[in-house]
Write a protein that binds this ligand. Structure first.
Ligand SMILES: Nc1ncnc2c1ncn2[C@@H]1O[C@H](COP(=O)(O)OP(=O)(O)OP(=O)(O)O)[C@@H](O)[C@H]1O
Ligand SMILES: [Mg+2]
Length: 427
């Protein structure tokens, strides 16, 4: 069964790099989601694997077969890559019944007798639960049913690899949720490898065995969803995943024994203790070595024939600090100093309690029944917390809170990368 490998795959249009030197392995039977903001290169990546877009350079293998290799001049056409593709705009043929729509691909395949086509259509119709609608025309179906027909049509030829580009984007919230769980089931039942494009982090989190998070054509992180959530490699990844979003707090400080002593909330001193022993100074030394390595590799690329200078070097990403009255938070600049940090706090680590180390005012409180999202105001800063269970707070109420647990993140404000995860306590 197929494993997909991308080695140094680049797609550029003149100096604009849509996908920049992407290397990754998609394991057999994986459910990989390509995630990232609009324009980051998700669709381009998928289309290159499927053979619908020709990479500028690099190498792609599906199973044992090299399907693309710029150096060797190999480019296998899409219909010989044995992949199924479900586009965002899955047009069904309006003048064909559901049955005919699903059977279409099979009827052109000489390996299928008429009897086999019927059996197969029934099978896939059963999987996506559209059995009763086979005689209807697309116009006689709801949007969600149409989408399921499109999925059935893609599944019918039993592709070992299935590519989907935002296949649920046309559905309402409830149906989306239902279809997500159907897709998860389908993935297990078919045993196929799924590669799934979405810009919806929740969808990526809940469906994937692994998330490929991209920004500006560059791979940021390729990890299991909960690893991206708990150990994001940088501020971008931390910010992109999680709802409500992570809290970013600017801090200044320095190594203090095994921990890092930090000033946050303007005047509060806290001690960050990393979960695994490390020092900030050592970390910066390792960073410098890694940066040097990347720079040297880039020099090699630049020296190669046909290299074109990259225009879109800079990502648009800026991290934001939530402040009262400022929707979406205030964009922050990076710093030159190694004594500047950013503390990342997921909302579930904010604990409101009387003995809490920090004092705040309730800025807003939004109960959903199962949980309550509370925004706390400390000076002009806002910190978002999620309190599980029913909790009633009134706006303006004074409360105290702690930042609990061992999942607190310490980022460098110099390069935006994760230094360590650990715990925070007031010092
Ligand atoms: N034919 C083209 N010529 C020039 N630039 C292109 C071309 N096709 C795509 N791009 C650019 O490449 C980048 C990546 O495009 P892509 O379609 O892969 O984005 P995406 O991540 O799928 O975004 P979205 O979430 O909006 O669908 C975009 O900035 C886009 O403008
Ligand atoms: Mg796209």
């Amino acid at each position: 069964m197929p494993q997909i490998t991308l080695s140094h795959v680049t797609k550029r249009w003149k100096g604009f790099y849509g996908v920049d030197d992407l290397s990754m392995v998609i394991d057999d039977n994986a459910f990989v989601t390509l995630l990232g903001p609009s324009g980051c290169g998700k669709t381009t990546t998928l289309r290159m694997i499927a053979g619908l877009e020709t990479p500028t350079s690099g190498r792609i293998t599906i199973g044992d077969e090299v399907v693309f290799d710029s150096a060797a001049g190999i480019d296998v056409p899409p219909n010989r890559r044995h992949v199924g593709f479900l586009f965002q705009n899955y047009a069904l043929w309006p003048n064909m019944t559901v049955y005919q729509n699903i059977a279409f691909g099979l009827e052109n395949d000489k390996a299928y007798t008429r009897e086999m086509v019927r059996t197969r259509v029934d099978e896939v119709a059963d999987i996506v639960k559209i059995g009763p609608f086979l005689k209807r025309y697309p116009a006689e179906l709801s949007g969600g049913q149409q989408q399921r027909v499109a999925i059935a049509r893609t599944l019918a030829p039993k592709p070992a690899v299935l590519f989907m580009d935002e296949p649920l984007s046309n559905l309402d919230a409830k149906l989306r949720l239902e279809m997500r769980s159907e897709l998860q089931r389908l993935h297990i039942e078919t045993g196929a490898t799924f590669v799934y494009v979405t810009h919806d982090q929740m969808e990526a989190m809940t469906l994937a065995t692994r998330i490929c998070l991209m920004d500006n054509g560059v791979l940021q992180q390729y990890d299991a969803p909960l690893d991206v959530y708990h150990r994001p490699v940088n501020l971008f990844a931390a910010d992109f995943v999680g709802n409500p979003a992570i809290n970013f707090l600017n801090a200044t400080g320095a190594q203090d024994g095994a921990g890092v002593k930090l000033d946050i909330f303007d005047s509060k001193t806290v001690l960050f203790t990393p979960s695994a022993a490390m020092t900030v100074a050592d970390w910066y030394v390792a960073q410098a070595a890694a940066d040097q390595d990347v720079a040297e590799k880039l020099e090699v690329r630049k020296a190669a024939k046909g290299y074109v200078e990259k225009e879109n070097k800079e990502s648009n990403f800026r991290y934001r600090v939530a402040t009262a009255g400022e929707l979406g938070g205030t964009p922050q600049d990076f710093s030159d100093s190694e004594t500047d940090f950013v503390v990342g706090v997921r909302p579930e680590f904010v604990e409101i309690r009387e003995s809490g180390a920090f004092e705040a005012e309730v800025y807003s409180s939004m109960p959903t029944g199962m949980e309550t999202t509370v925004k706390l105001k400390i000076g002009e800063l806002l910190v978002t917390g999620v309190i599980f269970g029913p909790a009633i707070y009134t706006i303006g109420q004074r409360v105290r809170f702690d930042i609990d647990g061992n999942g607190i993140m310490l980022f460098s404000r110099k390069n935006g990368r994760l230094i360590a995860t650990g715990g925070l306590r007031s010092a």
